[in-house]
Design a protein around this ligand. Sequence first.
Ligand code: NDP
Length: 440
Amino acid sequence: MAKSVISKHSTNSELNPRTEEYDFNGPLGALAVTILVPVIVYSLYFGCAEETGGCPPKVQLTFTRVQESLTWSQWLRLWDTEATMIYLVWYGFCVLCWIILPGEWVKGTVLRDGNVKEYKINGLSTFMLAIALSVGSIVKFGPECFTFFYHKWVGLLTAALLMSIVQAIYVYAASFVPGKLLALGGNSGNIIYDFFIGRELNPSIGSFDVMSFNELRPGMILWALMDISMICEQAVRRGGFSKVTDSIWLTAGFQIFYIADALYNEPALFTTIDIITEGFGFMLAVGDLVWVPFVYSTPTRYLVFAPVRLGTYTAALIFGMNFLGYWIFRSANGEKNDFRNGKNPKNLKFLATVTGSKLLTSGWWGVSRHPNYLGDLLMAWAWSLPTGFATPITYFYPLFFTPFLMHRQIRDETKCQKKYGDDWEKYKQLVPYKIIPYVY
Ligand code: NDP
């Protein structure tokens, strides 16, 4: 589907220059993250699971104890053939939906070789079909039929991890086929670094774009199904859906709403930095397929074996917090998207800059310099608060996400400072707060 207009005069090295600057502190940092991500995700499970005695585990994790317990059979338990089959069927279902469900083809932005890729928009219908099939079987066969995500958690995690490794190896190897457009940041020549960052910009198999497919479907929709499975497991234990606690309904409801919203806004993906400039390597593969479903559903998994009753007022407060966050997140991103697309329906004030590009100074972008991050953070905390305060482990996501967005904000400001120079200083005077008004 890509319309090839690569200039006949461009040599490969002109089109794909060597990456000179490393991110993540170079190959060593990339290697550390490659190892750390799976370790963190498994630890989140074993550090907060019924079978290890709770959250944190009751087993005393002394060095000798770890040595004793990590027998071969323990290690082999990470592998579960049935879970692997379920995962492969799931992944195959997503691919099949992409092929057969109708969807509009939309154009992405013009890439630096002049190509314009086209993407099929049917993520939302894939999601709706998956939810309809799941809910339909729960209604017909009862919640027992949909608890396998809870019981096969580790096996599914291993399967998703292996899938991300296989994909990362495949796209890295395929990037050496002549004529490929490489990511500016992933062509260092160092195998560890390029494998991690992603060497090819838009790896595809025919018209099937690997990156955009992975970003929104097999991981994101699986996350929603896992949340539904956690509700079913609680329903089985407590004797029906009417006995399911408000906390798990709330967390799962918030997250499923967020997923549906992301899929509803699928075309917005094609103007993101990920799609336009980043390669697809192990970092995105493991992020999409492992991190999103298995880390983000930790609170609902915890609530299965440690149910919490919130009560109307607490639930209403958390509900308000989530939707305040959502409102800020959507309207701030909407104001900027409209403005960057030449529209200003709210007649917001702006600062003209020497670059010709303008900066909003009223509306959400007059409240702080990254109001969209504020919205995202409020939602992240609202997803964990229903788990109560018995353990910090269910707060892993917001505890990781807060410094992550603070760091992203600094990186973005450095970029804007370089681009806008003195005008950025003027903007900072007009809008003094970075993310949270009057606080930060
Ligand atoms: P942003 O949407 O925050 O965009 C930053 C860019 O906006 C700047 O580089 C600048 O680009 C432009 N800009 C800055 N100030 C203004 C202004 N006053 N008026 C107009 N334009 C301005 O980028 P992100 O990709 O970081 O975030 C997008 C969304 O994704 C956010 O909601 C964020 O919270 C979310 N996100 C979620 C993650 C997750 O894991 N859940 C991870 C990362 C992000 P220029 O001027 O050059 O156009």
